[in-house]
Design a protein around this ligand. Structure first.
Ligand SMILES: O=c1ccn([C@@H]2O[C@H](COP(=O)(O)OP(=O)(O)O[C@H]3O[C@H](CS(=O)(=O)O)[C@@H](O)[C@H](O)[C@H]3O)[C@@H](O)[C@H]2O)c(=O)[nH]1
Length: 487
């Protein structure tokens, strides 16, 4: 039975039942039984019109200008611009809408006139509590975020707290909202997390694979014309010694030719969970004529979008720890506190990267250009390739301009991955649809460095170290602190 969490109309606070408290304490499994919290109707967030008046905020601008400027005040905020687009009015469910990419996407689409419903089990916040991690930025609760967005924009975002692995919950949420598109970010997305121990490896694959299967069943059963926009990863391809195509490759073998899914070589139990998802989605498209777009996203950097900087309560999370922090964002924080940049191994590992402002653009493009029923489209979602050494050199150079003495240290690689390799991945399809990339510029690095300096007091140096060794992954349960202590 689905446990219910009630939301008080008077206070907007969520009341969590004792069984939910227990499940939160018990770790990843909490998400199997997490309950349903729902804003029953859009009136609930309606507020007096005087509160909807745009209010001014002070933007701190980096030395090189306003790019990705950061809001640093609790003073009144400006309403972001509202741009009606050809997708305006379409109903978009964002699974994982409380996370780093999901939250930015929810606001981006809501600002542009899409009707948005966030479905999230809040497990990303639970992982931080369990492992002793914290985002660089002080983020508001999911409920406070959507409430504040309603106040400054006059736009309602529906919030349903629950676990998509619980089909009873998910089918109820899906049928209540009747989405035209489902954007699925709702997965455990950290490779290191999936390699902490057996429990986390199993959790990652169960959570990600079963969650996606439930989404596929809901679409098939309740709304076959609903377009699935699924976040995959460039890491599904691994680092083959040939060019990486966008999802499919045409092969001639023994005189016969076919176009087949590009070979997959995930480098962690996390990356492999996305490989399994891709296969399941491809099958569902063939068998049930579902329409799906699989977005193989690269490593995302940055933190600010137009909407997340519109008010302190809307600020996005920024991970810098050894488990959820990703390369460029980690290096920026390391530079800000004088920690040597942690280049793993030789540093020749090359990946596709993109600004979070391009993530939100790509999702909108995918929604606005749905795949036909029966087809799984695959787009490679990144804008530039960098090796880890190249990223470190950029941060060192830009740090020096701000007077920071940035050093680089080649630490033993905790991962099993090629450290020198060929890498040339195609990325034309989203550009063909109209993507206008924000390339990694000096301005952005400057404003990110200033951002990290601004929140310097929140940085815990212990969390910066690489925390998980791919070669050890124990059967017994590990904790972040224990993993760090071993190093
Ligand atoms: O301090 C660090 C952190 C990372 N790396 C290296 O940087 C590369 C990228 O690692 P990452 O932690 O930035 O990103 P990754 O673990 O691959 O995962 C992230 O990027 C993926 C896209 S991709 O990398 O697979 O293209 C997404 O799917 C994941 O959700 C997201 O967490 C790896 O070679 C890693 O060894 C370092 O050298 N030093």
């Amino acid at each position: 039975m689905v446990a219910m969490a009630a939301i008080s109309r008077a206070t907007g606070q969520m009341n969590i039942s004792s069984s939910q408290h227990n499940s939160i304490r018990n770790g990843p499994r909490m998400t199997q039984s997490a309950g349903l919290t729902k804003f029953a109707d859009s009136n609930q967030l309606r507020i007096p019109s005087k509160c909807l008046r745009p209010r001014r905020a002070r933007l701190i601008r980096g030395p090189s200008g306003p790019t990705n400027a950061v809001l640093a005040t609790d003073k009144p905020a400006p309403a972001p611009p509202f741009l009606e687009t050809n997708g305006s009015g379409r109903r978009v469910m964002i699974i994982g809408g409380d996370g780093y990419c999901g939250w930015a996407t929810a606001l981006h689409l809501s600002a542009r006139g899409y009707a948005v419903s966030i479905v999230d089990n809040l497990c990303r916040r639970t992982f931080d509590l369990q492992l002793g991690l914290d985002t660089l930025t002080p983020i508001a609760s999911a409920h406070a975020r959507v409430k504040r967005w309603g106040e400054i924009s006059g736009k309602h975002i529906d919030l349903q707290v629950g676990d998509i692995c619980d089909f009873e919950f998910f089918s109820e949420a899906f049928n209540a909202f009747q989405p035209d598109a489902v954007v699925h970010f709702g997965e455990q997305r950290s490779a290191p997390y999936s390699m902490i121990d057996r429990n986390r490896a199993v959790f990652t694959q169960h959570n990600n694979v079963i969650g996606t299967i439930n989404v596929l069943f809901a679409i098939k059963e309740f709304k076959p014309d609903c377009h699935l926009v699924k976040l995959g990863t460039m890491g599904e391809y691994g680092t083959p010694n040939i060019d990486i195509e966008e999802g499919y490759i045409t092969i001639t073998h023994n005189g016969r030719t076919d176009t087949l899914p590009y070979p997959k070589q995930g480098g962690s139990f996390y990356h492999l969970s996305k490989v399994h998802d891709s296969h399941n989605i491809h099958f569902a498209c063939r068998a049930w004529k579902i329409a799906a777009t699989d977005l193989n996203q690269g490593v995302v950097y940055g933190v600010a979008t137009e909407e997340t900087t519109a008010d302190p309560l809307l600020i996005n999370r920024y991970d810098y720890d050894g488990i959820f922090g990703t390369a460029l964002n980690r290096f920026v924080v390391q530079a800000a506190v004088g920690h040597p940049l942690t280049v793993y191994g030789k540093g020749g590992q090359t990946r596709g990267y993109l600004d979070i402002r391009d993530t939100v653009q790509c999702i909108q493009l995918a929604i606005d250009n749905p795949a036909p029923n029966g087809e799984m489209r695959v787009y490679n979602q990144f804008t530039e390739q960098f090796s880890v050494n190249e990223l470190a050199a950029i941060i060192q150079r830009e740090g020096a301009k701000l007077g920071l003495d940035v050093t680089v240290k080649n630490v033993p690689n905790p991962r099993v991955e090629a450290e020198e390799h060929y890498y040339n991945a195609k990325r034309t399809k989203l550009v063909d649809l109209g993507l206008q990339p924000h390339f990694l510029s000096d301005n952005l690095v400057d404003s990110l460095l200033n951002f990290a300096i601004q929140y310097k007091d929140r940085i815990d140096l212990d969390l910066i170290k690489p925390a998980v060794d791919w070669r050890k992954t124990p059967v017994t349960s590990g904790t972040m602190k224990a993993a760090v202590a071993e190093k």
